[in-house]
Design a protein around this ligand. Structure first.
Ligand SMILES: Nc1ncnc2c1ncn2[C@@H]1O[C@H](COP(=O)(O)OP(=O)(O)O)[C@@H](O)[C@H]1O
Ligand SMILES: [Mg+2]
Length: 294
């Protein structure tokens, strides 16, 4: 099959692994830099062009690995491949849903999937009431479009919470306010899903003095044993968002597991190293099974 990895940096571990896994399985793999694509939208002959004018045609599948900063343009390119009938491992609408934490939680809540108590408001007028609504400090203030732990703040007192919320608001940033799951003790569960199945899971632990478990924030990972309930929850969450490949972040609270977010381009490095699983290969196999008759 002719398969494109649609991403930004060909040297990134995840992208290298996907290219390699596809080649090992005999596919014609092509790395496409998303920002160097341009699109000609016409009724009879729409085209996706690349760099010097090459027309990108005959692809049977696309693996989108869109960075948060490229979300708008990247999902437009993915959408164009979809319009032309190409199988995209994650589709553009699902990627967009996952990029907005509020939108994700609204969808999960509709499906009855547990999450920390979360509040959202646009105006700073009601900050005090908003803080009270989610149960008061300590609480988490989160940028809706943050990633890798950047934009997640812990406010330990109501006063600190109000100051942080008002500061973000004055910058016109969109945020959500969330109950802090203290008993998680800086740990979370990253479930990696391919095709509505948890294929690997790791427990991440924050660095000393830190509450964010992200590996980019110095967190460390170990192989995780997940419960049936946790696996079911991760599958439900990815399905609700519509992702075939997803990284679902779950915190273990005293009232059971709770979903924090659903990632549409989860990194492969940490999870492959920690679990020893060949995730890139599983992603390629999924394409082989589903791209032809989609
Ligand atoms: N409500 C919360 N309670 C406890 N820890 C949290 C909470 N929200 C986030 N965290 C911690 O911060 C990390 C980053 O939060 P997350 O919502 O996954 O955003 P990001 O997109 O930046 O990864 C999580 O992996 C978790 O360790
Ligand atoms: Mg996360």
């Amino acid at each position: 099959m002719k398969i494109a990895v649609l991403a930004h940096n060909p040297d990134l571990y995840s992208n290298r692994r996907l290219m390699q896994a596809g080649r090992i399985r005999g596919h014609d793999m092509r790395f496409i830099n998303v920002s160097q694509c341009y699109i000609n939208i016409t009724a009879d002959n729409p085209k996706i062009c690349y760099r010097g004018g090459e027309v990108l045609s005959d692809f049977q599948a696309v693996i989108p690995r869109i960075r948060p900063v490229d979300t708008f343009y990247g999902t437009a390119v993915v959408r164009q491949f979809e319009m032309q009938g190409v199988y995209c491992l994650n589709d553009s609408i699902s990627i967009l849903r996952s990029r907005d934490k509020l939108r994700t939680l609204q969808i999960l809540s509709r499906k009855g999937i547990n999450m920390p108590i979360t509040g959202f408001a646009d105006l700073p007028l009601d900050t005090t009431a908003l803080v009270r609504m989610v149960g008061g400090a300590p609480l988490i203030v989160k940028l809706l479009e943050g990633a890798q732990g950047v934009g997640v703040v812990l406010a330990e007192t109501n006063q600190a919470a109000e100051s942080v919320i008002n500061a973000f608001k004055s910058l016109r940033a969109h945020i959500l306010v969330q109950e802090f799951i203290k008993e998680a003790e800086g740990k979370d569960l990253r479930c990696f899903l391919v095709g509505h199945k948890v294929v690997a899971a790791m427990e991440r632990k924050a660095a000393p003095g830190e509450f964010r478990a992200n590996l980019h924030q110095g967190g460390t990972a170990t192989l995780a044993k997940t419960t049936k309930e946790e696996r079911h929850m991760a599958v439900q969450a990815a399905r609700a968002i519509g992702l075939r490949v997803a990284g679902v972040d779950i915190v273990r609270s005293k009232n059971g597991p709770k979903v924090l977010e659903v990632n549409s381009s989860p990194g492969l490095e940490g999870i492959e190293e920690t679990t020893g699983k060949n995730i890139a290969n599983l992603m390629i196999e999924h394409i082989e099974k589903h791209a032809i008759n989609h």
